[in-house]
Design a binder for this molecule. Structure first.
Ligand SMILES: C[S@@+](CC[C@H](N)C(=O)[O-])C[C@H]1O[C@@H](n2cnc3c(N)ncnc32)[C@H](O)[C@@H]1O
Length: 258
């Protein structure tokens, strides 16, 4: 289901989205790491692994800074774009076709950085994937996940006052502890489901995996300049992303053996 959806979507996705290779992005319309400063300091030669790399822009960004980059995605089409981008940018990234759920058997060794931008919402069991990430981090290594914020899976409603005049937007979220799934359909069939989880769930999954949470960020949209991940549609979000976060970012470090 995931694979077919992303293979079909990939050409339009890579054409429409404007994703920079000159900054590390976390999600649509929000500032990149040059402003947020969430990535740990990483020396040239450090090993990085990207999960659900899509067009590979973040791995290409890191490879341009001398990191040894590995990346996986479930979609052949997305990986074809990623490989072409790395060639154009003149960097080496080792791309592999693999579901995140199986990455442990597809890439070897330990990593100083494991990162994933807007792919964990497509997993049924993010906690299991976090556990596997923790086991593949080098001591002192960092896991950085950005994913859909639970508030973003609410429904936007145009509020009107008693005279029928617009009085600003409101957000309807029936249950924060179990945010509604974002179910994408085509031809009456379910294509893919994007799931959001409460912020505390992410925090607890990282702690249960033995990691120390070092950053938690819910950025508002970037107002000035061009964000590193944008599109005409994302830019035209009618103020939603100024009012609630669309992306939740967490970073967590594997402690050195004490
Ligand atoms: C919204 S895109 C984000 C792509 C990229 N990380 C970025 O920030 O531009 C989600 C990506 O996750 C990939 N994906 C979805 N489910 C996956 C899974 N179970 N295993 C591996 N990749 C997956 C899709 O193929 C797609 O490339």
């Amino acid at each position: 289901m995931q694979r077919d959806y992303w293979n079909r979507l990939s050409p339009a996705y890579q054409r429409i989205m404007e994703i920079s290779v000159d900054d590390f992005h976390f999600g649509p319309q929000i500032p990149g790491d040059s402003r947020l400063g969430i990535l740990p300091p990483l020396a040239a030669g450090a090993r990085a692994l990207e999960l659900g790399c899509g067009g590979g822009q973040n791995s290409v960004f890191l490879a341009k800074r001398g990191l040894e980059c590995h990346a996986i995605d479930i979609s052949r089409e997305q990986l074809a774009h990623a490989r072409a981008l790395a060639r154009r940018e003149g960097v080496r990234v080792s791309f592999r076709l693999s579901p995140i759920e199986e990455f442990g058997g597809k890439v070897a060794g330990l990593f100083d950085l494991i990162h994933s931008s807007h792919a964990f919402e497509f997993l049924d069991d993010p906690a299991a994937a976090i556990g596997e990430c923790a086991s593949r981090l080098a001591p002192g290594g960092t896991l950085v996940i950005s994913t859909v914020h639970p508030l973003y899976n609410g429904e936007w409603v145009d509020n009107i006052d008693e005279d029928g005049n617009p009085c600003g937007m409101g957000l309807f979220l029936s249950n924060y502890f179990s945010p509604p799934d974002d179910i994408r359909r085509s031809g009456g069939k379910v294509d893919v489901i994007s799931r959001a989880w409460p912020v505390s769930s992410w925090f607890n999954w990282l702690r249960t995996a033995g990691l120390d949470v070092t950053a938690l960020s819910e950025p508002a949209e970037q107002k000035d300049g061009v964000p590193p991940y944008t599109s005409a549609d994302w830019a035209d979000n009618e103020g939603e992303l100024a009012a609630i976060p669309g992306t939740l970012i967490l970073a967590a470090k594997k402690p050195h053996v004490r």
